[in-house]
Ligand binder design. Structure first.
Ligand code: NDP
Length: 298
């Protein structure tokens, strides 16, 4: 197992710490569209830096991608420098992008024509979880491909669940993300109201977190990032908006009625427009603070 050569493409906010963990266990080659991200990575890990996607995967037994969207992954397939030009038959392709099921299925078909097996393997747990190797990984693949993939996903994952066929990982990830977004939006409204009504933020949150209104956002994210006023940038709001769009597209494709999820979509989109492409996913709360004229600190 430890001799397998891995190629990792996409050293963004979460891809980078995932790749660091892979480099500790396997010979690793990395590629990133923006070269300035690869050189410091190589200096830290002794990974080989490839000049093109084709070059990155030429000798790889396992390829991992973690790009913004499935369409970005698809865009790397064609051309003389593209993935299909470099991939060898028998390679395992693990896409850790939070993707969309339809594009993942298209990518899988193109890879299958080159006898390359695909799994969509989105992750949850944030950049801290990636550093600690405790991500949750949701895998869409055949049972045989899942069995092959699991040991490699364990380099950065703790709970690794086979959730169905190709596209199923993307589906559950999108469902998680629309619920995350709903939590952020509702907490932004509720906590600013609470503070404006005169309840100190820390005391109010302590009660909520020992009561039935609590969530991961209220228990972990708000105390660490909002109460402290640190607002670190770990996951772009633009990517959360993309995820919410995947969930609401699915609902529409299924011809289901989901007015609350559509509200979440509208509010996240409006927040992205107001805050810009670089904003962090918790920053919609800043919009609530500005509207209420209070800060959720303490
Ligand atoms: P970033 O925006 O930090 O990084 C995006 C990465 O994708 C960069 O390496 C970027 O390259 C690359 N990329 C984007 N478009 C293209 C393209 N067209 N061609 C080639 N490379 C491209 O995102 P994250 O690392 O935060 O997220 C990556 C994925 O993981 C997303 O799907 C996200 O939703 C998901 N995710 C993120 C989490 C987080 O906490 N950050 C948590 C869980 C999932 P370049 O450096 O050149 O811009």
């Amino acid at each position: 197992m430890a001799g397998e050569r891995i190629a990792f493409l996409g050293l963004g906010a979460i891809g980078r710490p995932m790749a660091v963990r892979v480099a500790r266990q396997f010979p690793l080659t990395v590629w990133n569209r923006t070269r300035s991200r690869t050189d410091p990575f190589a200096a830290e890990t002794s990974a080989r830096v490839a000049a093109t996607p084709a070059d990155a995967v030429r000798d790889a037994d396992v390829v991992m991608t973690c790009l913004s969207t499935s369409k970005d992954v698809e865009s790397l397939l064609p051309g003389p420098d593209g993935l299909l030009a470099g991939l060898r038959p028998g390679t395992l392709f693990l896409d850790c992008t939070s993707g969309d099921p339809a594009t993942s299925r298209r990518v899988a078909e193109q890879l299958e024509a080159h006898r390359v097996a695909f799994a969509d393997c989105p992750v949850s747990g944030g950049t801290n979880g990636a550093e600690a190797g405790i991500l949750t990984v949701m895998v869409g693949a055949s049972p045989a491909v899942f069995a092959r993939a699991k040991p490699f996903l364990q380099t950065f994952g703790k709970l690794i669940v086979h959730v169905g066929d190709i596209g199923a990982g993307d589906t559950i990830k999108a469902v998680n993300q629309v619920l995350l977004a709903a939590n952020i939006l509702t907490l932004g409204e509720a906590l600013t109201a609470m503070v404006k009504a005169g309840v100190p933020a820390r005391a109010g949150l302590e009660v909520l977190n020992a009561s039935s209104g609590r969530s991961f956002v209220s228990e972990s994210l708000i105390p660490a990032r909002v109460l402290t006023g640190t607002w670190p940038n770990t996951f772009r709001l633009a990517l959360l908006d993309k995820d919410v769009g995947i969930a609401t597209d699915l609902v529409r494709q299924l011809d289901l009625d989901a007015p609350l999820l559509e509200q979440v979509e509208q509010h996240i989109k409006a927040a992205r427009e107001a805050l810009g492409e670089g904003a962090d996913y918790l920053e919609p709360i800043k919009l609530n603070e500005a509207r209420a004229g209070v800060e959720v600190r303490g």
